[in-house]
Design a protein around this ligand. Structure first.
Ligand SMILES: Cc1cc2nc3c(=O)[nH]c(=O)nc-3n(C[C@H](O)[C@H](O)[C@H](O)COP(=O)(O)O)c2cc1C
Length: 352
C-alpha cells in the first residue's frame, strides 16, 4: 500500500478511502491556490472518482477582468493544486481542461483510477500548498540560485507556459515604470477603486475571502527599481508593520513574466497551472513571490508589455522572486462550502 504523506493524515489509506473522502481532501487543498484579490472564483462538483472544477462567474472582477482571464488563471492554479493533491494521495490524475465547449465555466474534469507513489518532489510541493503566501514588498539582496530559475522555467513549460526572466537594469526599470503607470491610472479610476475595495477586508473581519490586513504592509515598501503594490488600504492605515525595518530600499528580486503562446481560455488555465507550480517550487527553496497584474489589466499596457518584453507571447502575470523572512497571512472559504456532490452549485458559490 502507498504511504500517505503527513498532510493527508486522518484519511484512511488510498485503498480504503472512499471517492467522497478523496474528493473532500483534494478540494480542501485546492482552495489554497492563489487567486486574484483572493476572490476564490471556483466551485467543485464530484461524482464517483471524478471532480469537476467550475469558474464562479459571480466572483469575476467585472472592471479589472471583464474577459475572465484572471479568473481562469486562478482556476488553473486550483486545478494544479487538485492534481498535486491526488498525487500526494498516490493517485495519477487524469485531467481534461475545458472539456465541454457548451459549458465555458467548466474549467476541468479530473478523475483518478490509476495509482503510483508520489515522487519526493511532489510530496515537497504539496507540503507548501497551505503555507505558501503572496509577498508584497522588497526582498533581501541575495541572488537566487541559477539552477532554481532553470527548474522553474522547465516547470512552467510542462504546463504550457513560459517563464521569462527580465534581465538588465534598464529593462527592469522600464517594466517597473509600466507597473507604476498602471497603478497610478487605477488609483484615479473610481470603478477600479470601488471594485478593489469590495475585495479588501476591514481589520478584525471574519470574512473568508478577499485580502485581509494581515496580507500587506501598512506602508508601501520601496524596491529598487520600484514596483508599486496594489493600494489595498486606500489611505486607511491598515496593514502589517513595515517589513524592512528601516532599510531605505530593498531588492526588487528576480523579475519574471509568465507568458503563453496563445491567449485563449485554455492558455489562461495553463498559465494558472504553471503559476502554482512556480510558486510552490519556489517555496520549497525558501523563495517567495510578489505578483503584479496591474498593467495586464489595462489592455493598452498589456499590449505594450507584449511588444517590448515578451517577444510577442502573451503576458499573463508579472512576478518578482526573492528571499524574505516575514510571512503574511491569508484566508480561505471552508472547502465544504464550495463542494457539491449533486452537480449543482454548492451554497458557498456566489458572492458572500
Ligand atoms: C491572476 C492573479 C493575479 C494577482 N495579482 C496580484 C496583484 O496584482 N497584486 C498582489 O498583491 N497580489 C496579486 N495576486 C495574489 C493574490 O492577491 C493572492 O493569491 C490572494 O490574495 C491569496 O493570498 P495568498 O496567495 O497569500 O494565499 C494575484 C493572484 C492571481 C492568481
Amino acid at each position: 500500500m502507498n504511504t500517505l504523506p503527513s498532510s493527508a493524515e486522518g484519511l484512511p489509506g488510498p485503498e480504503q478511502a472512499t471517492a467522497e473522502e478523496v474528493a473532500a481532501s483534494v478540494v480542501a487543498a485546492a482552495v489554497w491556490a492563489p487567486s486574484v484579490h483572493n476572490t476564490q472564483p471556483w466551485w467543485f462538483s464530484t461524482r464517483g472518482q471524478e471532480i469537476s472544477l467550475y469558474a464562479d462567474a459571480s466572483r469575476q472582477l467585472m472592471v479589472a477582468d471583464p474577459g475572465g482571464r484572471e479568473m481562469m488563471i486562478s482556476c488553473g492554479a486550483a486545478l494544479f493544486t487538485a492534481r498535486l493533491a491526488l498525487r500526494s494521495l498516490g493517485y495519477i490524475p487524469d485531467a481534461c481542461v475545458l472539456p465541454d465547449p457548451a459549458q465555458r465555466l467548466l474549467v476541468a474534469r479530473v478523475s483518478w483510477q490509476r495509482r503510483a507513489d508520489p515522487a519526493e518532489y511532489e510530496r515537497q510541493l504539496f507540503r507548501w500548498v497551505r503555507q505558501r503566501r503572496t509577498h508584497r514588498g522588497g526582498f533581501a539582496p541575495l541572488p537566487l540560485a541559477p539552477e532554481l530559475l532553470t527548474v522553474l522555467q522547465h516547470g512552467a513549460e510542462q504546463d504550457g507556459a513560459l517563464l521569462r526572466v527580465i534581465a538588465g537594469e534598464g529593462r527592469r526599470a522600464a517594466l517597473a515604470a509600466v507597473v507604476e503607470t498602471a497603478e497610478r491610472a487605477m488609483r484615479l479610476n473610481a470603478a477600479y477603486v470601488q471594485e478593489l475595495t469590495r475585495w479588501v477586508s476591514t481589520p478584525g473581519s471574519t470574512r473568508a475571502d478577499g485580502v485581509p490586513d494581515t496580507a500587506y504592509p501598512a506602508r508601501p515598501e520601496r524596491t529598487d527599481p520600484y514596483f508599486p503594490g496594489r493600494d489595498f488600504a486606500h489611505g486607511r492605515g491598515w496593514g502589517l508593520p513595515s517589513f524592512s525595518f528601516g532599510v531605505a530600499s530593498r531588492s526588487a528580486g528576480v523579475v519574471c513574466l509568465l507568458t503563453t503562446a496563445g491567449d485563449r481560455p485554455k492558455d489562461w488555465v495553463n498559465a494558472g497551472q504553471a503559476l502554482q507550480r512556480v510558486l510552490l517550487t519556489s517555496a520549497t527553496c525558501g523563495v517567495a513571490a510578489a505578483l503584479h497584474s496591474q498593467p495586464l489589466e489595462l489592455p493598452w499596457l498589456r499590449e505594450y508589455i507584449c511588444a517590448h518584453w515578451s517577444n510577442g507571447t502573451y503576458p499573463q502575470l508579472l512576478l518578482r522572486l526573492g528571499t524574505v523572512v516575514q510571512a503574511t497571512a491569508s484566508v480561505r472559504r471552508p472547502p465544504a462550502s464550495v463542494l457539491s456532490s449533486s452537480g449543482r452549485e454548492p451554497p458557498g458559490a456566489g458572492h458572500e
